[in-house]
Write a protein that binds this ligand. Structure first.
Ligand code: MTE
Ligand code: MO
Length: 311
């Protein structure tokens, strides 16, 4: 599934270095030993999986948010509480990167991010994203279905939830020095949600490896839920019988709950969720139940009306 892209000598070194992060270096070196120059220099070549083929099942009826609008307006609280955190996030070391899988699984294991990439098939999907703060965007994500990861983990029958955690590294993420916040960022899904077709593990955006500010090297996209569920820079995935308490829920349980399904009819205690500002356009539009993804997800919530589904 690794489509041959440009070779190292066909692209400027600066670009090559970026792509090399995602290159399976060992496989490449084994397969093309003759091309490995003495000294091993910085990035040599890149059999890059980007851009990946688009899966047309996931369509938009709006333009994709321009990349520069996206990278200049982010929530990544580990790096500060402003929207301009792209340069601060550059301090995060993302290679090597290991993801730990444990809890109620047949056999816990750790996997290097580049090995994980080799075991999945990447595709591009155009997804809407609705932040609980009432702004939205549309993003061409690259990644793989979360179901593939759940299958790889081999959860036990007793597992009911998937719990994900972001890195904990106060040396590079200044806000994590503020120990009264419930770091590391934690999120969770039911197994049914995690194996829903829409639940997507993201490794890239805009046809390239994921920028750090968007949660490199591995983040979640659950577009029917408020954006805070889409946890960034994941280092641990654990299977549990117990519903986890997420970062936002433990900070402010009266405002943020477990389900967090987009619903224009349920206001946040401090503001309406009826409409949203579309990033980069200055325009507002009505917010739609499940962010417009009801056909994929509504069935999962039948009979759960008594739950605080939408906060
Ligand atoms: N680890 C971590 N993940 C996170 C956040 C965060 O602060 N830290 N913010 C969340 C929120 S509120 C949103 S809206 C999205 C923002 O993603 P973006 O910056 O790529 O647009 O990431 C989510 N995932
Ligand atoms: Mo958000």
């Amino acid at each position: 599934m690794f489509v041959r892209a440009k070779r190292g000598w066909e692209i400027p070194e600066r670009e090559a270095a970026d792509e090399a992060i995602f290159l399976n270096r060992r496989a490449f070196m084994a397969g093309s030993g003759a091309l490995v120059l003495a000294g091993g220099g910085p990035a040599l070549a890149a059999d890059s999986p980007y851009p990946a083929a688009r899966n047309d099942l996931y369509k938009l009826t709006q333009p994709v948010t321009p990349e520069s609008d996206n990278t200049n307006y982010n929530n990544f609280y580990e790096f500060g509480f402003s929207k301009r955190v792209a340069s601060a996030a550059e301090a995060l070391p993302t290679s090597p990167w290991t993801v730990k899988i444990d809890g109620l699984v047949e056999k816990p294991f750790e996997i290097a991010f580049e090995d994980l990439l080799r075991r999945v098939s990447l595709e591009e999907r155009l997804y809407r994203h609705r932040c609980v703060e009432a702004w939205s965007m549309a993003v061409p994500w690259t990644g793989f279905p979360m179901r593939a990861l759940v299958d790889m983990a081999r959860p036990l029958g007793s597992a009911k939830y998937v719990v994900m955690k972001t890195f904990l590294n106060p040396k590079v993420a200044p806000a994590q020095k503020q120990t009264w916040y419930p770091w590391p960022y934690t999120e969770g899904l039911t197994i049914a949600e995690a194996t829903n077709d829409l639940a997507f593990m993201v490794t890239g955006a805009y046809g390239k490896p994921l920028p750090k500010v968007m949660g490199a090297p591995l983040r979640l996209a659950t577009p029917w839920k408020y954006g805070f569920k889409s946890i960034k820079s994941i280092v641990a995935i654990s299977f549990s019988e117990k519903r986890p308490v997420s970062y936002w829920e433990s900070l402010q349980a009266s405002e943020y709950g477990f389900w967090a399904n987009v619903n224009p009819a349920v206001a946040h205690p401090r503001w309406s969720q009826a409409r949203e500002e579309v990033l980069g356009t200055g325009e507002y539009r009505p917010t739609v139940i499940y962010n417009g993804y009801g056909e994929f997800v509504a069935d999962m919530y039948k009979g759960l009306e008594g739950e605080r589904l939408f906060m």
